[in-house]
Design a binder for this molecule. Structure first.
Ligand SMILES: *[C@@H]1O[C@H](CO)[C@@H](O)[C@H](O)[C@H]1NC(C)=O
Ligand SMILES: *[C@@H]1O[C@H](CO)[C@@H](O)[C@H](O)[C@H]1NC(C)=O
Ligand SMILES: *[C@@H]1O[C@H](CO)[C@@H](O)[C@H](O)[C@H]1NC(C)=O
Length: 372
């Protein structure tokens, strides 16, 4: 029996608006210690599972029955200070003798101190990237993790302070609205937990009282079925089933699973990424074919447009269409001028060829991420 691997595949395509990570989780129902599980995942997939947010966690919970399950989180020796947003803390403005030994940061009189994360303080969320307009003071005492969740649900995140200028703006905001001497959580924290894939995800889902490092040897994290799937720290030598993840989405392309007209899709890509994708080569077409498998519509918009004036198809990136992958009968210069403007899409199934569609159709679409 031990020789047999049972794979239960759990398919997840998570495409959040801000950052697309298309990640497929694979539940491996074989008991291994954490390090062996990590090696297995790195060989067969990408790595032991990283969890970015509650959506990921809800998907993972589906694979947990009555056993503990390893995820890719491990305790390292020294925690680095970082921002809740995932940014490393490069600028630091500690008060003299700070930080000491705690793991969360608060601000008072413009300077920073560390404090136990379980302490209850008021806090400041950011609601945009602009400090002049994007600060929200929340006049409720919460511990640091609760404050982080509150900000993420209602605004963007706990506030980050990236330089001296921002620190002064924040200090001014606090003294305008409150006494500058109050203690206020900012998004600063350190923990010694790191994801196996080096991801900077600051999402944590510890069970109450965890991690407790009971016995001083609990350096790995597992999903605990008895706490609704919240996490515990536990010795890495235990043998548990585990979850690997596989990153599918080629970095340069993002499938957006919203149903928009071609023009709306173009605007969306230009606002949030770079552009609607241009497919210049067979290699790029292969990337596109990989990404569109996850689409919820039968075709997916490309940055391909027909010009009635010139009577040609062109890429919105400005390039002419050299490499082509049209379905038979599509992509010809002669298009019916009385109907809606035509745009190009790729079929999400079958041969995954390009087809011509009225631009008012509502389809998923692919944005490119990198300038090339
Ligand atoms: C977090 O990691 C991702 C992917 O590794 C990277 O693209 C992003 O820039 C990082 N974010 C920060 C704030 O460092
Ligand atoms: C988009 O359209 C497809 C096909 O009609 C549908 O299955 C899917 O749920 C729609 N998605 C959204 C986000 O509306
Ligand atoms: C374009 O290709 C699709 C799919 O093969 C086909 O159904 C459609 O008839 C083609 N369009 C024209 C104008 O031939």
């Amino acid at each position: 029996m031990e020789q047999t691997l049972y794979f239960i595949l759990l398919l997840i395509a998570l495409c959040s608006v801000s950052e697309c990570v298309q990640r497929q989780y694979h539940f491996i129902n074989v008991r291994k210690n954490w390090t062996e599980a990590q090696r297995y995942c790195r060989e067969k997939y990408t790595d032991l599972a990283t969890v970015d947010n509650m959506n990921d966690m809800n998907e993972l919970k589906k694979s947990v029955n009555d056993e503990r399950v390893w995820i890719g989180l491990e305790r390292m020796s020294v925690g680095k200070w970082q921002w809740s947003s995932g940014d490393p803390a490069l600028y630091l403005n500690w008060a003299p003798t700070q930080p000491e030994t705690s793991e969360c940061g608060f601000m008072t009189n413009g300077q920073w101190h560390d404090l136990a994360c379980s302490s209850s303080l008021t806090f400041i969320c950011s609601s945009s990237n602009n400090m002049n307009t994007g600060l929200v003071f929340v006049n409720q005492g919460k511990n640091w993790r609760e404050a982080q969740s509150y900000c993420r649900q209602n605004h963007i995140d706990l506030v980050s302070v990236r330089n001296q200028n921002e620190n002064q703006q924040l200090q001014q905001f606090i003294s305008d609205h409150h006494s500058s001497g109050s203690w206020i959580w900012i998004g600063l924290f350190r923990d010694s937990w790191q994801w196996s894939d080096q991801s900077n995800s600051s999402f944590r889902y510890w069970a109450p009282g965890e991690p407790n490092n009971d016995g001083g040897n609990e350096n790995c994290a597992a999903i605990e079925p008895n706490t609704q799937g919240k996490w515990i720290d536990i010795s890495c030598n235990n043998q548990f089933p585990f979850v690997c993840h596989e990153v599918l989405c080629p970095d340069k392309l993002i499938l957006i699973k919203e149903n928009l007209t071609w023009s709306e899709a173009l605007r969306y890509c230009r606002q949030n990424h770079v552009d609607l994708v241009s497919v210049h080569s067979e290699e790029m077409q292969l990337d596109v074919m990989n990404v569109v498998k996850q689409a919820s519509t039968e075709a997916v918009w490309l940055g391909l447009r027909y010009s009635h004036i010139l009577g040609i198809w062109y890429w919105v990136s400005g390039d002419t269409v050299c490499y082509q992958n049209w379905a038979p009968g599509n992509g010809t210069a002669v298009e019916n001028c009385d109907s809606a403007v035509r745009s190009g899409a790729v079929q999400s199934g079958g041969d995954q060829r390009w087809i011509s569609r009225p631009e008012t159709d509502r389809l998923n679409f692919i944005c490119s991420r990198n300038e090339e």
